[in-house]
Design a protein around this ligand. Structure first.
Ligand SMILES: [Zn+2]
Length: 150
């Protein structure tokens, strides 16, 4: 709503039966917005614990289990004790069991395998839109079928 009200987005589609009322006017609730600019939100993705979880879809990068944030931790692929850095390329989402098992060993020494190579995301992970099968039908016209989450 802030993007729309500050004229940084335009309404592509709106709900016919849902109104938003202000003191002086009313308008239909937007259903689909088009951003005028995206570069300001796509640069400089902050390295945070929660953004690492979003990037990895809340999935342990060793055993593939999906868990809520409170049950996840993160792991340094190259351990800190071996000069591993705390950055997008060396930190992955990890369940507590895998983290305990791996400890301060390398992946090879622990006999573990990474689900995918960690990279800095190009988009702010929490802003990425992922459609699921049961999401509202009106979104399907604006989203390539190849990007539908499973
Ligand atoms: Zn795990």
């Amino acid at each position: 709503m802030i993007l729309f009200l500050t004229e940084r987005a335009e309404v592509v589609d709106e709900y016919e039966d849902k109104l938003i009322r202000t003191v002086s006017t009313s308008f239909k609730l937007p259903k689909v917005l088009r951003l005028f600019q995206t570069h300001k939100i796509s640069q400089n993705v902050k390295f945070t614990r929660m953004n690492v979880f979003y990037r990895d879809h809340f999935q342990c990068q060793y055993c593939h289990i999906k868990l809520p944030a409170c049950e996840l931790t993160f792991d340094h692929v190259i351990p800190v004790s071996q000069k591993g850095e705390t950055n997008w390329e060396n930190v992955v989402t990890c369940c507590k069991s895998c983290n305990t098992f791996k400890g301060s060993k390398t992946i090879k020494a622990a006999g573990m395998k990474l689900f995918k190579i960690p990279k800095k995301p190009r988009w702010s992970p929490e802003l990425c839109l992922r459609l699921l099968e049961n999401d509202p039908i009106e979104w399907w016209n604006f989203f390539p079928k190849s990007k539908i989450a499973s």
